[in-house]
Ligand binder design. Structure first.
Ligand SMILES: C[S@@+](CC[C@H](N)C(=O)[O-])C[C@H]1O[C@@H](n2cnc3c(N)ncnc32)[C@H](O)[C@@H]1O
Length: 373
């Protein structure tokens, strides 16, 4: 274990117990000067003293050494089910749009899987800036219409312009879908990349079902983080290392516990639909796999988008490591995770205009009908 992976939490623990260095010294049978040296990182407690200190503070040795977050340590929740959060994420949505779909596959779903052969009215719940409208609507029979709802004021402003400029027959509503009151109004009710971010996917899907007409279709599209992490290949880099996201599961589980944000939402949508009584439920997987190579005209933009949307660049590495530790990773895992991102960025920079890479998102499309079809 490298020395810098240890972050002795002695001072934090002592202060939380409201005791002085002298009082602690007395409890563990040493001098206050020694405690001061330990707290300031000048020397380290002997291994035989670690269990004594850990037991005194009622923490594990890992927690004492800062290899695990302390219990109850503040977990900063990202409010991903709020409009404030998404107001600031337009850039992210715009930059990640290229990874979403192959139009021919969406066409296949519309015509061969969902067999939509009559005009339909579509409700896109949590529509963002309504990127889905430009892909989906041209594939639907003439006379179809689109309604997008989202609670982000910034995104709905952009969506209105987007729908107008792309001559989509549709409208945008700014509002909280969970508070909406649509009843049996739409033939197709869809959401893309919403359930993964919200605390109560069951309620969201039940609202979607309520908004659907009796014979209508409900579709939920989400990405599985585990598959997404494994779906990265960078020519010339060690694939084993790229695949190694150990610690991430603890981070994602901490997200579920603290933020009710489910990294495996994509895998669970069918079960939610089943519980809510939808019929003929099925799951497809999006066939989009991004392949980026220097021969492509927009190569540079795609590399920048990739670095941005994967959040590979950390302004403050130490702060990022601390945040990941507070979100459940051990210090070693957090350092490895942040170190890997840094390595990828540096590699792409060093081999500018040379490197090809593949990025597979693992997006599932889960759907079911309100009545048996
Ligand atoms: C990751 S974005 C996806 C946007 C869009 N569906 C897309 O695929 O580009 C999630 C969106 O869900 C919206 N959202 C989340 N909960 C919502 C709610 N209760 N009512 C309306 N919009 C919501 C957010 O504002 C955000 O625009």
């Amino acid at each position: 274990m490298e020395k810098n992976t240890i972050n002795l939490r002695l001072a934090d623990l002592r202060k939380s117990k409201h005791i002085t260095q002298s009082e602690l010294a007395e409890k563990v049978g040493t001098s206050f000067q020694t405690i001061s040296k330990w707290e300031n990182g000048i020397t380290m407690p002997d291994v035989t003293v670690l269990p004594i200190l850990a037991s005194f503070f009622e923490v594990s040795v890992d927690e004492l050494l800062g290899l695990k977050p302390l219990k109850g340590e503040v977990y900063s929740v990202e409010k991903t089910d709020s409009d404030e959060f998404w107001n600031k994420h337009m850039e992210y949505l715009l930059r990640s749009k290229n990874e979403n779909w192959n139009i021919d596959y969406l066409d296949f779903l519309v015509n061969k899987v969902w067999k939509i052969d009559k005009p339909v009215n579509v409700l896109d719940c949590g529509c963002g800036y309504s990127h889905l409208s430009v892909m989906l609507m041209p594939l639907l029979p003439d006379g179809s219409s689109y309604t997008g709802i989202d609670f982000s004021s910034e995104l709905t402003k952009k969506a209105e312009i987007f729908v107008k400029n792309n001559n989509i027959n549709g409208k945008i509503i700014k509002g909280d879908f969970l508070e909406s009151d649509f009843r049996n109004e739409f033939d197709v009710v869809i959401c893309q990349s919403v359930l993964r971010h919200i605390g109560n996917p069951m309620k969201f899907v039940s609202k979607m079902i309520a908004a659907t007409k009796e014979n209508g279709l409900v579709i939920c599209i989400d990405t599985n983080r585990e598959i997404e992490c494994r779906g990265l290949y960078i020519d010339g880099m060690d694939y084993g290392e790229l695949c190694d996201h150990s610690g991430a599961i603890k981070h994602w589980n901490a997200e579920i516990t603290n933020n009710k944000r489910d990294y495996a939402a994509a895998m669970r949508n069918a079960y939610i639909m089943r519980e809510l009584g939808l019929h003929n439920i099925d799951i497809r997987m999006n066939d989009k796999v991004s392949f980026v190579c220097p021969e492509q005209e927009d190569y540079e933009t795609k590399v920048c988008d990739f670095i941005e949307t994967k959040s590979l660049w950390y302004e403050d590495k130490d702060e990022a490591i601390e945040r990941l530790v507070n979100h459940g990773m051990t210090k070693i895992e957090a350092e490895r995770y942040v170190g890997k991102s840094e390595k990828i960025c540096n590699y792409l920079k060093k081999h500018k205009d040379e490197v090809a890479f593949t990025n597979f998102k693992g997006k599932t499309i889960t759907f079911g009908w309100k009545r048996r079809v």
